[in-house]
Design a protein around this ligand. Structure first.
Ligand code: FES
Length: 310
C-alpha cells in the first residue's frame, strides 16, 4: 500500500475529473506499464479500481480519470467531497490488460473507458507503431482527454449518437486486419458488440478491460464442490451460497482479494487439477481454455473437485 496526496483535481469533460496523486514520502511511486490499474482507497472504507492514465515514464505522480456514476460510492465521493491536499492510500499497480507487441493497434473506447488506452497510445506513438482510436461518446463534447489524445498523433475517429456518427461495430471490426491487435474498453454494450464482431480474429488479438463485471446468465446455477489445497493439505467444501474465496477464508486460508467481482485479478490462484467454471471478466478465451488459473472470488468448479496451488 502506498500513501499519496491528491495534488490536483482537474475537470476533463462533463462528469469526468482526473486526480493527480503524488507520493507523500518524496520518493517515486512503483513503475507501471500501459493498461495497469490501482486500488484507490477512499475515506469510509470505500475502495475501487481505476486505470492509470498518466505517463508511465513519470512515476513522481499517477493520474486516474473518474467519471461521476449515479449511486457510485467512490465516484460520488471524489466528485462531491474530495479536495486537493487529502491523503489517500493506493495499491501497487496490477496489469491484466498489457500492451503486447504488434505492427499496429486498433483501440476502441467508450467514454471513460479510454483511460487505460491513453498510455497505450502514448507507447505506440513512441514505438512508431501506427494506431487508430475509435472513440465513442454520447456527444463529441463529452469525450474525456480529447485534446491530449489528438496531440499523440494517431488516427482518431470520433463517434457519437448525437452527431449521427455512431460506430458500426460489425462493419468496422468484422474484417480481420493482419498483424493488428485490438484493445477495447467501455460500456458492456460496446464490449459485447466488439466481442461478437471480432469472432473471426485470431486468438488473443482482441483484448478487453472490464470496469464492471460482465452480465451473467439469469438462470446460472451454483452447485457445491470440493477444493483441495495442495500446499496446506486441506480440503474445503464450497457450498452453493459461498464463493471459493469465502470458503477458503472461513477455513483459515486467506487469499488476497480486492474487487470481489472478477475484474481486478487480485484473487487469482493457480489451478493444478479439475475444470474451472470461469465467471470472471479478465481471462481471455484461450486463458480460460488453458485452465491454469482462476479468480476465486467468482469462478467455480465444473465438476466435483478442484485442486489449487495454495
Ligand atoms: S478480488 Fe478482484 S478478481 Fe477476485
Amino acid at each position: 500500500m502506498h500513501e499519496v496526496i491528491v495534488r490536483a483535481l482537474r475537470y476533463e469533460a462533463p462528469g469526468v475529473l482526473s486526480l493527480e496523486l503524488a507520493p507523500t514520502n518524496g520518493k517515486l511511486l512503483p513503475p507501471f506499464e500501459p493498461g495497469a490499474h490501482v486500488d484507490l482507497h477512499l475515506p469510509g472504507g470505500i475502495m475501487r479500481q481505476y486505470s492509470l492514465c498518466g505517463d508511465p515514464n513519470d512515476t513522481s505522480r499517477y493520474r486516474v480519470g473518474i467519471r461521476s456514476v449515479s449511486g457510485g460510492q467512490s465516484s460520488q465521493f471524489v466528485h462531491r467531497k474530495l479536495r486537493p491536499g487529502e491523503i489517500l492510500k493506493i495499491s501497487t499497480p496490477r496489469n491484466n490488460f498489457p500492451l503486447i507487441d504488434a505492427d499496429r493497434y486498433l483501440f476502441v473506447a467508450g467514454g471513460i473507458g479510454v483511460t487505460p488506452l491513453i498510455p497505450m497510445m502514448q507507447a505506440a506513438s513512441a514505438r512508431n507503431k501506427p494506431w487508430t482510436l475509435l472513440y465513442c461518446n454520447k456527444r463529441d463534447a463529452d469525450a474525456p482527454f480529447l485534446d491530449e489524445i489528438r496531440a499523440l498523433g494517431g488516427n482518431l475517429s470520433l463517434h457519437s449518437s448525437q452527431a449521427g456518427t455512431r460506430l458500426d461495430v460489425q462493419q468496422r471490426l468484422g474484417p480481420v486486419e493482419e498483424n493488428t491487435v485490438v484493445y477495447c474498453c467501455g460500456p458492456e454494450g460496446l464490449m459485447t458488440a466488439v466481442e461478437e464482431a471480432t469472432a473471426e480474429w485470431p486468438a488473443d488479438t482482441v483484448r478487453f478491460e472490464w470496469f464492471t463485471p460482465r452480465s451473467r446468465p439469469a438462470d446460472e446455477v451454483s452447485g457445491s464442490f470440493e477444493v483441495v489445497c495442495e500446499q496446506s493439505g486441506l480440503t474445503v467444501t464450497v457450498p452453493p451460497e459461498k464463493t471459493v474465496l469465502e470458503a477458503l477464508n472461513d477455513a483459515g486460508i486467506p487469499i488476497p482479494c480486492s474487487c470481489q467481482q472478477g475484474i481486478c485479478g487480485t484473487c487469482e490462484v493457480r489451478v493444478i487439477d479439475g475444470e474451472v467454471d470461469h465467471r470472471d471478466s479478465i481471462l481471455s478465451s484461450s486463458e480460460r481454455a488453458a485452465n491454469q488459473t482462476m479468480m476465486t472470488c467468482v469462478s467455480r468448479a465444473k465438476g466435483a473437485r478442484l485442486v489449487l496451488d495454495i
